[in-house]
Ligand binder design. Structure first.
Ligand code: ATP
Length: 246
């Protein structure tokens, strides 16, 4: 078992994952993510993007393969240590906002900071700054049920960025937003990541979203594929691009 190169913050080798009901999830995924990199994980619906992010973040233990976070082997950590690592170093944004219903917007956004030991006062200041940046500052004192879906998602994004995690896992983070709002929220997310050196894994099947990343890994049926561009051919059956497994 060999630790990954120093400049890779996350490194996975030959990951295999099968869902509890026997459905195939991942078959032999190998990838490296550099520190501060924004990596898009792209592919059609059901190609395994969410599964890959869940495995890399330690939410799902893999059946086979290795996952390294810096020099820590995630694949051999017990549940308590995995949980601690996830709390202290990772943040997650899902396609649906998942806020604590009893806490207002700023308290939700401040929660990960307080769990990491930041004082309530400092956590509140930081949370309010992030809510402002994401255009939901005015909703800071509202409970989640008084917010519309897109506001709740902005609060989820503020909550994920506020602690400046080492790695941010963002699974279709702008799915609940109107198309017109997506650009602003994604730019806020990517510029925050770049200015704070946050490494981002961004699952998306939207090419415009993937274009904001430094690099894209394409998945198909739980394995990475490479898109090969072929020269245009005049015949009607010719294809300009195809994908091959690598
Ligand atoms: N909990 C589960 N139990 C069984 N099969 C699952 C489970 N979650 C996902 N799958 C299956 O695993 C495959 C990969 O799903 P996954 O959600 O990772 O894909 P995805 O690329 O993120 O899709 P989407 O774009 O729709 O979110 C799919 O065939 C899916 O039906």
């Amino acid at each position: 078992m060999e630790a990954p190169p120093d400049n890779d913050v996350l490194w996975a080798r030959s990951l295999h994952f099968t869902h509890p009901d026997g459905s195939p999830g991942l078959s032999g995924v190998t990838l490296a993510v550099r520190e501060g990199e924004i990596l898009a994980v792209s592919g059609p619906r059901g190609s395994g993007k969410t599964t890959l992010l869940r495995c890399l973040s330690g939410l799902e233990p893999v059946a086979e393969g290795e996952i390294w976070f810096n020099s820590t082997p995630l694949h051999t950590l017990g549940p308590a240590n995995r949980e601690r690592l996830r709390r202290d170093r990772f943040c997650w944004i899902g396609p649906e906002p998942a806020l604590v219903p009893e806490l207002n917007a700023w308290e939700n956004a401040a929660l990960p900071l307080m769990l990491r030991g930041t004082s309530r006062r400092r956590a509140k200041t930081t949370a309010l700054e992030w809510l402002e940046r994401l255009d939901v500052g005015e909703a800071a004192r509202k409970l989640p049920h008084r917010l519309i879906q897109s506001e709740r998602q902005r609060v989820s994004i503020a909550r994920a960025l506020a602690p400046a995690p080492t790695v941010l896992f963002a699974d279709e983070p702008t799915a609940p937003l109107h198309r017109a709002d997506r650009g602003h929220v994604l730019r806020t997310l990517t510029s925050a990541a770049r200015s704070h050196g946050i490494t981002v894994l961004l699952a998306t099947n939207d090419p415009e979203t993937a274009a904001l990343a430094d690099r894209t890994v394409n998945l198909l049926d739980g394995r990475p594929v490479r898109t090969v561009h072929l020269p245009e051919v005049p015949d009607a059956e010719g294809r300009a691009a195809c994908s091959i497994s690598v």
